[in-house]
Design a protein around this ligand. Sequence first.
Ligand SMILES: [Zn+2]
Length: 416
Amino acid sequence: MIIKHLAAEIYKPQGVDPDKYICHRCSNKTKRYFYKYYSEIHGEYIVYCLKCVNIGRSDSVTPLRVINTTPESEPCDYSLGFELSPAQKSASDRIVEALDSKQNLLLYAVTGAGKTEITFEAISLARQRGLNVAFVSPRIDVVKEVYLRLSGAFKNAGIDLLYSGVKIESGHRFTVCTVHQLYNYIDHFDLVIVDETDAFPLPADDQLMDAITRAASKHSTIVLMTATPNRKMIDFVGRENVVSLTRRYHGHDLAIPKVVWQSVSKDISRKRLPGKLEMLIRNITDGNRRVLVFLPEISLMNRLYPLIKEKFPDSDSVYSGDPERYVKVDRMRNGKTKALLTTTILERGVTFSGLDVIVVNAEMFSADSLVQICGRVGRKTDDPTGNIWFIAGHNTGHIRQTVKIIKSFNAGKTTI
Ligand SMILES: [Zn+2]
């Protein structure tokens, strides 16, 4: 069942129950996430839900309307362009088994393991059987990237793409969308693949996890994919249903971060580029490589950027609200930018060749974030390692834990 504004069938006479403060679309029951105002047009008070308003308003005067789709199978063949490694093949087989037995699964895979491709066989089989498939992520940039890869591989399939403001609809049987968009589906998808399950805001928002289970059909398979699983995810699928993939698709080890001890704040406040940071960037760019410089906050980035720009004219800076965000990332991708300063927005979902990484004030990042950041380097077969430097004023458990996680991946083990 799919909630649709102009559909004929009424699912609930009101999107929001104004007395009990319940949103029937997203199941929000928290009173502070509703807004109440007096409408002159309706001559009454209207309550609407703030939780799901970004996918269209659910309120107390508009019914929720739905359409029901009928199952439809399609050949849904795909081309991969390369052969899965034995480890990838074995993980792919486990997803197919989970689909057959209608069980949930957690794919605990190192960054750059080729997770997306591992799901192709199960997606293809599901569609051949007439099952509805959703590939979702909390992050819009991941959704866009996955859509391009899926539509490139499944050339003859009709794939929907949905995220805030963008709607390419093709029957809702094979849908790529943000997790938020799942509020519009009830008991609909038989195979739900959740990429970057650990990405904000998903772990912090139980309601989003509920949206996934509500959008899934009664006998569905939900596949959670992550490089940094937490207890909740493991409990959700059951420990016996955790599949680990500790090697990257190209088989090389992950780079181990090197820690450089320096407190950068004093230099930056005196408008001086910290010496060790300058030396690292110089060595990287002289070696004809590029660098992402991660910073824990925008204010620090804004103070550091002019100092770097002075010495390195081919540098740039980017943050989540930056209107030129996608243009700047493209300039980095095509090699025009040599050093890109960034907040955690580029900690996942991006791949640049010939890339090294520097994390400034590494002690201020979480271990999950540091693992993702380290995962940016060495993603290509022709450049399989790369270098990572953490610049830190002091050591923290997060830095130690990150190094431990990466070393255990390289040893073929996981830390859960
Ligand atoms: Zn709502």
